[in-house]
Design a protein around this ligand. Structure first.
Ligand code: GLA
Length: 383
């Protein structure tokens, strides 16, 4: 499937409103190469923004109404920026969430009318929520002529997700969706928010392995994991698990119950693997990918308990292909997607064989595709 092009979105706007849009904005999804469930422990992550995105074509209004039509749902929703409330959960909640967060931070917003189009699958572990929030943020900033500052906007989007949507998420998704860089993964220190772009070794491609299985939207299991990690940090009397070294952990871990010990083991070792992985990418040491990704997957499966049969199966299918450097589940887990690093020149057969092997093994219909590291949320020119 070809990613959506700016023209596609502009045309949809024209069809609906009888004239062209003033702006087309885009916010990408993301895939995380390694470092899951570490962000809310102030740790390290290595995601990249992808060439699948949420798009909005828009025209500012001279009042404070937002009128937005979702092509995918064939629904138009309206809201007034002076007063809107939480409603039954549907796509417009992400728009409300971001508008609420920006207004709360003091931004004076302007209304707009627009169309929304996207090819980031929902609930697939590819940060469709963060993409919705930042596409809204970018649209509102364009409509109101506001300066676009990616890091503060990412923080406002995270607050939107936590306080309006109800998922107590970390900063990874919103940050990479806002700050991604084409051709690079981003090594993020989730405490300082320092971002180091990491180039891909030549000949390496990234494949998303979507199991076709989905997790719930507001994930109580996710929030529960976060609480467990925070209570272990309290036990060690530190701000976050980031501050617990492997040595200290080994000395004192016997004082923890089994579940807490396992959760913390994952986080502490995953931080280390993420740093090692970024270093291996920079040195083009592709042979290191497999071991690190395998350890990460097993740790998410056995210690953090967020994998699923479908995720384990698709990772095994990917690893049995000759072209595969390494594979693991990605994102929050409980279904959704895995990620593989593969030989770019053998991508086509990798996609075909992994798809067939997984279908035969599970009976599920996967979506396996190569994606490219893209830029973060922005106004798109030249359509
Ligand atoms: C979700 C959250 C992120 C992160 C990942 C797991 O995508 O939004 O903050 O915690 O899960 O790594």
């Amino acid at each position: 499937m070809m990613p959506i092009q700016p023209n596609d979105v502009a045309e949809q706007f024209t069809k609906r409103f009888g004239r062209g849009p003033q702006y087309v904005v885009r916010a990408p999804g993301r895939v995380n190469l390694i470092g899951d469930h570490t962000d809310y422990n102030d740790g390290f992550v290595l995601p990249m923004a992808i060439d699948r995105a949420i798009w909005i074509a828009l025209q500012p209004r001279d009042d404070r109404r937002i009128v937005l039509h979702s092509i995918e749902y064939d629904q138009t929703r309206e809201l007034h920026l002076d007063g809107f409330a939480k409603d039954t959960f549907e796509w417009i909640e992400y728009v409300k969430a971001m508008a609420w967060s920006m207004q709360r931070a003091g931004y004076l917003l302007t209304g707009f009318e627009g169309v929304l189009l996207g090819d980031v699958p929902l609930g697939a572990g590819l940060a469709s929520s963060a993409a919705m929030e930042l596409a809204t943020g970018r649209a509102l900033a364009a409509a109101g002529n506001l300066e676009w500052e990616p890091i503060p906007m990412a923080k406002l989007a995270q607050r939107a997700e936590k306080e309006w949507i109800g998922v107590n998420c970390g900063i990874m998704d919103q940050l990479v969706v806002a700050c991604g860089q084409a051709g690079h993964a981003a090594l993020i220190d989730c405490r300082s928010l320092a971002i180091q772009p990491v180039p891909f070794p030549p000949g390496v491609a990234v494949a998303v392995l979507d199991t076709g299985t989905r997790r719930g939207l507001v994930d109580s299991a996710y929030n529960e994991r976060r609480m467990q990690c925070e209570s272990v940090a309290d036990f060690f009397k530190v701000n976050a698990l980031r501050d617990v070294s492997i040595e200290l952990f080994q000395q004192l871990a016997h004082g923890l119950d089994d579940a807490s010990r396992c959760r913390a083991t994952h986080v502490i070792t995953e931080n280390e693997r993420t740093l090692q992985f970024a270093a291996a990418m920079e040195r083009c040491e592709t042979h290191a990918f497999r071991v690190l990704m395998e350890k990460s997957h097993n740790s998410l499966c056995d210690d953090f308990e967020v994998s699923s049969e479908a995720l384990d199966a698709i990772v095994a299918c990917a690893l049995s292909q000759e072209a595969c450097y390494g594979a693991r589940m990605t994102g929050p887990g409980f279904g959704g997607s895995a990620v593989a690093l593969i030989q770019a020149d053998k991508a086509e057969e990798f996609v075909e064989h992994t798809t067939t092997a997984y279908q035969e093994k599970t009976g599920n219909q996967p979506a396996v595709y190569v994606c490219h590291a893209s830029d973060g949320a922005d106004v798109v020119e030249g359509w």
